[in-house]
Design a binder for this molecule. Structure first.
Ligand code: UDP
Ligand code: MN
Length: 247
C-alpha cells in the first residue's frame, strides 16, 4: 500500500478561515491515502470547524490547542503549539505499533497553494525530503541547491545563515523518523523568527542526509501564498440581516 501522508494544518478563527479550509480540502480530496490533522488554535473545537470536518469527505483528525496570549505577538513564530499537538497525536497513536505502517508527515499551512505533484514527490520520503517553495523569503522562490544528488546549500534571499534555509512548506519527514526522535518538537523558548524550521530539522537530520525532490529541487510545486485581509468596513452595526449565516 502507498505510505499514508499525514498533513498537519494549524488553523485559527478569522473571516477567511472557512474559505481557506474549503480550498485546502478541495486539494486534499484529490490525494490518495491522505490523513488530515487539523489543529485549531482555540480553547475548544469550534462549531464552524467541527461542522466543516464532518462534511469535508476526508480522513481527518480534529485537534485544538490555544496559543498562550503572550505568544500572540507580531514577530513571534506562529502555530508552534498546534504543530506540536499534531506531532504528539501521531506519536501517541503509533508508539505501540511495531513496525508502524509507513507514513510521511508534512506541515501544510492553511493558506498555501499545493500542486498535486507535490504529494507524489513527498510520498517516497525515506527520512527527510526537501524541495523548492515559491513566493517566499522576499524572492520568487527559495530552493535547496543540489550537487550530485545531495543538498550542498540554499538559494535564499533571507538569512542565508540558517542551517536549513527552508520554509515550513519545503520539507517532509517519514513517520519512522518522527517516532524514533520522540523529543523533536517546535520550540518557543529561544526560537528566533524564521528559525523554527531549522530548530526542528536540526533535531532529526543533517543537511547531508536530506533527500532532494522535485527534479533535484528545480521545480516549484508549492507556493507560500498569503490571503489578503478582508475588508469588513461596511458590516452593519444595526439593521442586521434577518437570518444568521455562517461564512
Ligand atoms: N496560525 C495559527 N494561529 C495564529 C496565526 C497563524 O494557528 O494566531 C496558523 C495559520 O493558520 C497557518 C500557520 O499558522 O496555518 C502560519 O500562519 P500564517 O499563514 O498567518 O503565517 P505566514 O504565512 O506569515 O507564515
Ligand atoms: Mn501563510
Amino acid at each position: 500500500a502507498l505510505p499514508v501522508i499525514y498533513a498537519i494544518t494549524p488553523t485559527y478563527s478569522r473571516p477567511v478561515q472557512k474559505a481557506e479550509l474549503t480550498r485546502l480540502a478541495n486539494t486534499f480530496r484529490q490525494v490518495a491515502r491522505l490523513h488530515w490533522i487539523l489543529v485549531e488554535d482555540a480553547a475548544v473545537r469550534t462549531e464552524l470547524v467541527s461542522r466543516f470536518v464532518a462534511r469535508d469527505g476526508l480522513t481527518c483528525t480534529h485537534l485544538h490547542v490555544p496559543t498562550p496570549r503572550r505568544y500572540k505577538r507580531p514577530g513571534l513564530p506562529r502555530a508552534t503549539e498546534q504543530r506540536n499537538a499534531g506531532l504528539a497525536w501521531l506519536r501517541q497513536r503509533y508508539q505501540h505499533l511495531l513496525p508502524p505502517q509507513p507514513g510521511v508527515l508534512f506541515f501544510a499551512d492553511n493558506d498555501n497553494t499545493y500542486s498535486l505533484e507535490l504529494f507524489q514527490e513527498m510520498r517516497t520520503t525515506r527520512k527527510v525530503s526537501v524541495w523548492p517553495v515559491g513566493l517566499v523569503g522576499g524572492r520568487r522562490y527559495e530552493r535547496p541547491i543540489v550537487e550530485k544528488g545531495k543538498v550542498v546549500g540554499w538559494y535564499t534571499g533571507w538569512r542565508a545563515d540558517r542551517p536549513f534555509a527552508i520554509d515550513m512548506a519545503g520539507f517532509a519527514v517519514s513517520l519512522q523518523v518522527i517516532l524514533s526522535n520522540p523529543k523533536a518538537v517546535f520550540k518557543r523558548r529561544g526560537s528566533q523568527p524564521g528559525m523554527q524550521e531549522s530548530d526542528f530539522l536540526k533535531q532529526i537530520t543533517t543537511v547531508e542526509e536530506l533527500e532532494p525532490k522535485a527534479n533535484n529541487c528545480t521545480k516549484v510545486l508549492v507556493w507560500h501564498t498569503r490571503t489578503e485581509k478582508v475588508n469588513l468596513a461596511n458590516e452593519p452595526k444595526y439593521r442586521l440581516d434577518t437570518v444568521k449565516i455562517e461564512v
